[in-house]
Each structure stands twice: as structure tokens, then as C-alpha cells.
Design a protein around this ligand. Structure first.
Ligand code: NAD
Ligand code: UDP
Length: 329
């Protein structure tokens, strides 16, 4: 496999994928409309600016480049916004995936790695969560990702397009050697917000609820390094190529940390006090999400190498210090 089309490759996780593919000797073509991505995040390959919902745009990309496989990151991913504007999420996420699969069919490309999410599980029945556990999303964002997973299943059955649906838990960290990191606007994720407080760009971090049934009352999440996510996608592509079968895989470190534990770890890594205030719960937050990553480890041969909490916060902190205004575009 030589040339990989990375849809959404100008975004946070996609840009780390592009760097990983380049490092491993692949040619990369990025398709991105830059709605939340950054031109400056695309460090290698060819950037084609356009919308994946536009079939003619995709036809040009697939005609101009001989694409061997697709990795699709292109989506909207703000849980709260998906609750107030679900059609925006179905319209981009589901329609974008329909359009991409149609283009793959037209151009004879039969392998896709898809960005799914722990939000497909909703409120889990047990911890750690494995891939056979009930999927019952509590918000439209998770519903769109689950709908796409089901569509991928039927497209495999009908057209033989093999897929790996990767359910990420909480992506964090940065690739400082490549000069890329997390720059969402607005930023909603815990670790970058905590580091913005350390940088003096925010006065305090609001803790969304301290009355959850957890060890300190704050929500527990599984934070996984963005470079480890990228390496898993490459293994998933190789798996599709080798095994010619589809699969669903959790991508998490297997460890859970509470909001208070993240703030405390960030205080140690940064040496800043990071004031925190308890705020109301955020709608739709499950109390605990921890991945079982056994399938990815055993079947894909994945080894998360950078997902220790201090490593994740340390690499994110380096990025925030060197890029206090993100990509400043
Ligand atoms: P991001 O917003 O940084 O990246 C998404 C990229 O897709 C952006 O570059 C954006 O411009 C592009 N895009 C969106 N719609 C498009 C369209 N119609 N046509 C072309 N390009 C389009 O998001 P991210 O944090 O890097 O997340 C990447 C993927 O991973 C998303 O699908 C998201 O749902 C999923 N995910 C992220 C996390 C996380 O913790 N960040 C967790 C689970 C799943
Ligand atoms: N969180 C918080 N304050 C913030 C942002 C997030 O307390 O300013 C909490 C949030 O409620 C969740 C955890 O931190 O329990 C991780 O949130 P994030 O948005 O990073 O990821 P999510 O788990 O929602 O995908």
C-alpha cells in the first residue's frame, strides 16, 4: 500500500496521522475543507482543499492520485453542539461518509479506517468497556458515528469495502518533533483547557460536577496519546490489507483518570498552581469511560508507547508553550 488519502488530515488527530504516514514511507494526500483544520498542521503530502460531501471534488482527488486506502477523520465532534443542532452533525458526518464510500466504490478503493468514538457506548454497563458491550449513544454526535459504523458493515457486505472502525477514547498530547499539536476553536477538551490556565490564558478551570459516583466525585476518562492513535491507524490499514476482513477496535490506554487527577498532574508537570472551581455538570457526560484495548493489542499488535499521563500532559504542555496561539491562522 503506497498512497493514503487522509480526509480531515488538517485537523488535530488527522495531522498526526499525516506525520506518522510520512515517517513510515507512505505517500499522503489530504482532503480537508479547513472548517476546523489548519493549513499549517499539514506537514507533508498534498493538501486538496475541498468538502468530502462534494462527490465531484472527491472524483478529482481519486483521479489525480492513485489512492490505495482511505483514513476518514472528517467530521464535526462537539457533543454539546450536536444536541442543539443534530442536523448539522448528520449532515456532515453521515453525509460525508456516504459521499466518501461512494467515491471509493466509483474508483475501486476497498479499504477505509474510520474515526469512531467511545461516545458510541453512551452510559456503559461495565468498565473497562469492550467492543461487544452495548452501544447506546446519549447524544447525536455518538449516534452519527454509530450510524456510520453500521453503514460500513453493510457496505462491506454489499461492495466488499473492508473497514476498521476505531473507537477513540480521549485523544490528547502532541508531536513536538513535527511541530504539531491540538488547536481547536472553541477548545472544549479538558487537557488543553487546563494548560491554557497554566499559560495564563484563562483564569481557572471549571470542574464539571464533583458529585459523580467516582473516587473523588469527578468524571473519569481514558486519555490516549495522539501519536499512539496514529500508529494504531497504520496497524489497522496493514490489518485490512493482510486479513481482508473488517473490525471494530477500542483505542484507549486502559487507564482512567479523574478530572481532579488531571488537574493535579498538570500542576506537577507545569509547575503552575492552576486554580480550579467546581461548576455544574455538563449535560450528557457519562461518569466513567475506560477502554479495554485488548483487541487492538492482540489483533492489531498495537503498543501504546506515549500514553502515560505525564508523557501526554508533558508533550501537550511543550506544544502549548511553543504555540500559545495555536497555528495562529
Ligand atoms: P478536528 O476538528 O481537529 O479535525 C476534523 C478535520 O476534518 C478538520 O481538519 C476539518 O476541517 C475536517 N472536516 C470536517 N468536515 C469536513 C468536510 N465535510 N469535508 C472536508 N473536511 C472536513 O477533530 P479531531 O479532534 O482531530 O477529531 C478527528 C476525528 O476523530 C473526528 O471524526 C472525531 O469525531 C473523532 N474523535 C475525536 C476524539 C478526540 O478526543 N479528539 C475522540 C473520539 C473521536
Ligand atoms: N471537563 C471539565 N471541565 C472542562 C472540560 C472538560 O470538567 O472545562 C470534564 C468533562 O466533563 C469530562 C472530562 O473533563 O468529564 C473530559 O472532557 P473532554 O471534553 O476533554 O472529553 P470528553 O470525555 O467529553 O470526550
Amino acid at each position: 500500500m503506497k498512497t493514503i488519502l487522509v480526509a480531515g488530515g488538517a485537523g488535530y488527530i488527522g495531522s498526526h496521522m499525516v506525520a506518522e504516514l510520512h515517517d513510515k514511507g507512505y505517500d499522503v494526500v489530504v482532503a480537508d475543507n479547513l472548517c476546523t483544520g489548519h493549513r499549517g498542521a499539514v506537514t507533508h503530502g498534498t493538501l486538496c482543499v475541498g468538502d468530502v460531501r462534494d462527490g465531484e471534488f472527491l472524483d478529482r482527488v481519486f483521479t489525480e492520485h492513485k489512492i490505495d486506502g482511505v483514513i476518514n477523520f472528517a467530521a464535526f465532534s462537539l457533543v454539546g453542539e450536536s444536541c442543539t443542532d443534530p442536523l448539522k452533525y448528520y449532515g456532515n458526518n453521515v453525509a460525508g461518509a456516504v459521499s466518501m464510500l461512494g467515491a471509493m466504490r466509483r474508483h475501486g478503493v476497498d479499504k477505509i479506517v474510520f474515526s469512531s468514538t467511545a461516545a458510541t457506548y453512551g452510559e456503559p454497563e461495565k468498565q473497562p468497556i469492550d467492543e461487544l458491550d452495548r452501544t447506546c449513544p446519549t447524544n447525536p454526535y455518538g449516534e452519527t458515528k454509530l450510524a456510520i459504523e453500521k453503514m460500513l458493515h453493510w457496505c462491506d457486505a454489499a461492495y466488499g469495502i473492508k473497514f476498521a472502525a476505531l473507537r477513540y477514547f480521549n485523544a490528547a498530547g502532541a508531536n513536538n518533533a513535527a511541530g504539531i499539536g491540538e488547536d481547536h476553536s472553541p477548545e472544549s477538551h479538558l487537557i488543553p483547557i487546563v494548560l491554557q490556565v497554566a499559560l495564563g490564558k484563562r483564569e481557572h478551570i471549571g470542574i464539571f460536577g464533583d458529585d459523580y459516583p467516582t473516587r473523588d466525585g469527578t468524571c473519569i476518562r481514558d486519555y490516549v496519546d495522539v501519536r499512539d492513535l496514529a500508529s494504531a491507524h497504520l496497524l489497522a490499514l496493514e490489518f485490512l490489507d493482510r486479513e481482508k476482513t473488517s473490525g471494530v477496535f477500542n483505542l484507549g490506554s486502559g487507564n482512567g483518570f479523574s478530572v481532579r487527577e488531571i488537574i493535579e498532574a498538570a500542576r506537577k508537570v507545569t509547575g503552575h498552581p492552576i486554580p480550579a472551581k467546581v461548576a455544574p455538570r455538563r449535560a450528557g457526560d457519562p461518569s466513567t469511560l475506560i477502554a479495554s484495548n485488548r483487541r487492538a493489542v492482540e489483533i492489531l499488535g498495537w503498543k501504546p508507547r506515549h500514553s502515560g499521563l505525564d508523557d501526554i500532559i508533558g508533550s501537550a504542555w511543550n506544544w502549548h508553550q511553543s504555540h500559545p496561539d495555536g497555528y495562529a491562522e
